[in-house]
Design a protein around this ligand. Structure first.
Ligand SMILES: [Zn+2]
Length: 107
């Protein structure tokens, strides 16, 4: 997968979710696959480019929902939204953990 393809996933899902991340960047991350800042910056680990498409899509939607709810928590609202957009997210989360995750997708 290329960074351009990730950008494309972000644009498509941002529209779907009605959120507008201000910035999307890639960098080496030691303990996470991705993070979303309260100011709307999405940061992805360069390592996600090695993951299967549907897993990357899950990571993208996960981070965009953090921006949508304005919180880094995985509370009931967060999980309900995630389930409504990616019904099988729990399987994808397990798959993600199996890729010798640097710490899971926490934020
Ligand atoms: Zn999270």
């Amino acid at each position: 997968m290329t960074p351009e393809e990730v950008h494309e996933l972000v644009s498509r899902w941002a529209k779907e979710l009605g959120v507008y991340p201000k910035r999307v960047r890639f960098q080496k991350m030691r303990h996470k696959w991705a993070s979303a800042s309260s100011k709307g910056t999405l940061t992805f680990s360069v390592d996600i480019l090695e993951l299967p498409y549907e897993v990357v899509e899950y990571i993208v939607v996960h981070e965009l929902i953090h921006i949508k709810v304005g919180s880094p928590r995985h509370n009931r609202l967060f999980r309900a939204l995630l389930s409504s957009y990616i019904p099988d997210w729990q399987a994808l989360q397990r798959e993600l953990i199996s890729y010798s995750s640097p710490g899971g997708v926490q934020e």
